[in-house]
Design a protein around this ligand. Structure first.
Ligand code: NAP
Length: 239
């Protein structure tokens, strides 16, 4: 029986790369998307053509009812969820004093509420099997704090707190909960910034590729004695 990974926000960027890398490594892939339906359908089709069992479902992770429907769908379609990757995210730049309630609700809703809702729905299934692995995607800003990105930094730090707490709470059920804190990765999200300048600020002298985060996620999924960790995959940016 192949293992199943459920990835939120897998239509583009890091989530999409995770879907591809896990598929190449024998996983069945449940793809969540919100707005990018065409890309999600295309990805599922590509993965199926490559011999992987893959399918996609539209769910806005900031809405608990849609997350419930997503997990019900994934359980019905694949029978089990072995790995959950909470990747869906939106960024928010600007001074805290300029941030509107709507902007705060969006960044908190997608990044933090979404991660909480997905964990809450998937964990009972993992507990029943006494097995499972959750990988939350935080950010180097969640570790270090980013000037002009205080709202985003706050929710990404919240994801780290959630990871550490859940890793303790669910270790007795043999469920591992870890976190990846990417540095600057070349995706739609980061392309509105000056990537050349950010590469210069990165000790390795370049930005990362989505596949590099996906390979770190696969490593965490396959490393049965690692839990409660925050892995910086950032070219040294978080040092
Ligand atoms: P991206 O290219 O902008 O992709 C974001 C993904 O999140 C898309 O697939 C999008 O799906 C999905 N998403 C957004 N809102 C959603 C919602 N309400 N419900 C479900 N899915 C939603 O960004 P990325 O760079 O791959 O980011 C992935 C994760 O890495 C995020 O959590 C981000 O904060 C984190 N991160 C990124 C960087 C970086 O430099 N790129 C650095 C540190 C951390 P649709 O298009 O279908 O709506």
């Amino acid at each position: 029986m192949s293992k199943t990974v459920l990835i939120t926000g897998a239509s583009r960027g890091i989530g999409r790369a995770c879907a591809q890398v896990f598929a190449q490594n024998g996983y069945s892939v449940a793809i969540d998307y919100n707005k990018s339906e065409r890309q999600a359908l295309e990805l599922a089709q590509q993965l199926r053509e490559a011999g992987c069992d893959a399918d996609c479902f539209k769910a806005d992770v900031s809405k608990s009812s849609e997350v419930r429907a997503l997990v019900d769908w994934a359980m019905g379609r694949f029978g089990h969820i072995d790995v959950l990757i909470n990747n869906a995210g939106v960024s928010l730049a600007g001074l805290l004093t300029d941030m509107t309630d709507t902007q705060w609700a969006e960044v908190r809703g997608v990044c933090l509420d979404g991660t909480v809702y997905c964990c809450r729905e998937v964990l009972p299934h993992m507990v029943r099997r006494q097995s499972g692995c959750i990988i939350n995607i935080s950010s180097v800003w969640g570790v270090r704090g980013g000037s002009y990105e205080s709202g985003y930094s706050a929710v990404k730090a919240g994801i780290i707190g959630l990871t550490l707490a859940l890793s303790k709470e669910y270790a007795p059920s043999s469920i591992r909960v870890n976190c990846i804190a990417p540095g600057v990765i070349d995706t739609d999200m980061s392309r509105c910034y000056d990537l050349t300048a950010l590469a210069q600020d990165t000790p390795l002298g370049r930005v990362g590729q989505p596949e590099e985060i996906a390979r770190a996620a696969l490593f965490m999924a396959q490393s049965g004695f690692i839990t409660g960790q925050v892995l910086g995959v950032d070219g040294g940016f978080g040092m």
